[in-house]
Design a protein around this ligand. Sequence first.
Ligand code: SF4
Length: 244
Amino acid sequence: MSSALPLPTPWPDVPSDARHRVALLADVPPGELLIHEMYLSVQGESTFAGLPCVFVRTAVCDSRCKWCDTPHAFNRGERMTRAAVLNRALAFGCPLVELTGGEPLLQAEVFPLVRELCDAGRTVLIETSGAHDVAHLDRRAHVIMDLKCPDSGESHRNRWANLEALKPTDQIKFVIASRGDWDWAERAIREHKLDERFECLVSAVFGGPKPVELVEWLLVAKLFRVRVQLQMHKYIWDPAARGV
Ligand code: SF4
């Protein structure tokens, strides 16, 4: 299609109708990243929840989940060299570092950055929408990958082939907005034996199903290896607070 914008990364899996969302990355030269924010906080989700963590939030996402709580990262970011991002992340002195977004895997420099953070002895987490290939990430890093449920509006982008690239220490996250989402997640967990292969996490969209409902659904399903989690930072701080 002649009107399509050039892709900013080697990743071919941004559909043509979403390429305008990644246009900002076209001006970012090799060796640099577009960073929305970096800060020290506590990890709010995943099996690392509660631990102090440096967050490196990349700008730009090619998805548009209906319940997204970080739309401010879609269009605003500061260009930084990879070395500057690395040095700033290390300078916090915290052993846990998470790359999140936006969608980190849209930016090619994320891959060497993850390797360099691992080389520096950091435990590295990468949160990704699940729409992009995770196979090239450093095996020392922990991937926290969404499988998008139908109510997100993005479940057609789930890259199921990623299940073959993930490690037993990686984590699969379902964000549940309704009973229909839960039924879909339960089917996916059983069909792909996700709870036997990976850490499996379910959380409710803030303002969606009550945590007690999610717990009841989980117990009735007898999915005893699946972990319910709350978005901890939304209980510690104002749910609309940013940079926390
Ligand atoms: S993938 Fe993440 S950042 Fe992108 S729209 Fe969905 S929730 Fe928001």
